[in-house]
Design a protein around this ligand. Sequence first.
Ligand code: GN1
Ligand code: MG
Length: 363
Amino acid sequence: MLYNQIKHILPHFCFEGVYESAEELHSGNINNTYHLFYRDGEKVNQYILQNINTYVFHDPHAVMDNIEKITRHLRRRLKAEGVDTTRRVLKIIPTHEGDNLHVSGGYWRAYRYIDNATGYDAVTRPKQFEEAGRAFGEFQKLLCDFPAQDLHVTIPDFHNTTKRFYKFVQAVSEDKAGRVAALEPEIEFMFERRRAMGTIVRELDSGKLPLRVTHNDTKINNVMIDNETDRALCVIDLDTVMPGSALYDYGDAIRFGASTAAEDEADLSKISLDMDKFALFTRGFLSEVDGFLTPHEIELLPLGMKVITCELAMRFLTDYIEGDMYFKVKSPTHNLVRARAQMRLLEDMEAKTEKLERFIRYR
Ligand code: GN1
Ligand code: MG
């Protein structure tokens, strides 16, 4: 029973009202997430409760420290523009001791739920996709004056695709779960793209691309969209906000949101890059970042989507090879299915590269 998993945790947080119900949310691949309902007279207060995955985040206190700083900065920037921030910035619910984490049987944290809004796994209306692009663009813009050195690096080398490749090779050679023998085509696929995958890392190292404070996990369901107006309200899941490249944020959103199929679609014939969604998201994103990203960054946006798609394919494949230690899985082959889906999507992006580049150049 779900309530039994959380009943000892709930009383530690400053939730207002009387507990009514909870449901588990399943769209994340890392943390356990619960949606809570508290009755408060006539109204119902909603919260998000999360159990942080410490296999992935070794220092939950550092994660929360980053989120405090980021949300404070976002709130100040929006307030300066006269914006009511209630539904526009994540709000941490403290414990009764005034902490941002409750530690017992794991690390627990809570947020106020963004009312009357949805994080879509697959957007349905064109406006929602344009809005998602705008939201991630605005997020980067609002953080462009945030001092990067104030952030903890919560997952070192998170989007260092070159180092991820080395880890992949190591996993292949160790073959801990005995799965490598059947994966020759997938392994070959990664080796063929080895140099291209490292391009963004090399350009960040040489200073050709600027290091910015970025979100680093820009799945489209991390933008809460108003149920009534379809306007993007708030970017959520700030666990991986760290110094990074704008290209990854842009690319990851396209990878997840502009695919014609789910991230773990098993029928590869259903997977391709939807050019209309790509165009809508790009228009929304550029409406916020044109003039602030460098021309070189903008020119490389199509590369960003290919590199991150390859990186994700490789991360899923690595986790499959290592015996499913990192991502939550629904079956023994879930990670392999995810990896193959990302490989198929990447092939379609590669085939469409000229079109993508032309769209960006003549935007
Ligand atoms: C994980 O759990 P979720 O959906 O927020 C992962 C992302 C991947 C994503 C793939 C910290 O994010 O990097 O892109 O799964 N988060 C972490 O669906 O590794
Ligand atoms: Mg995430």
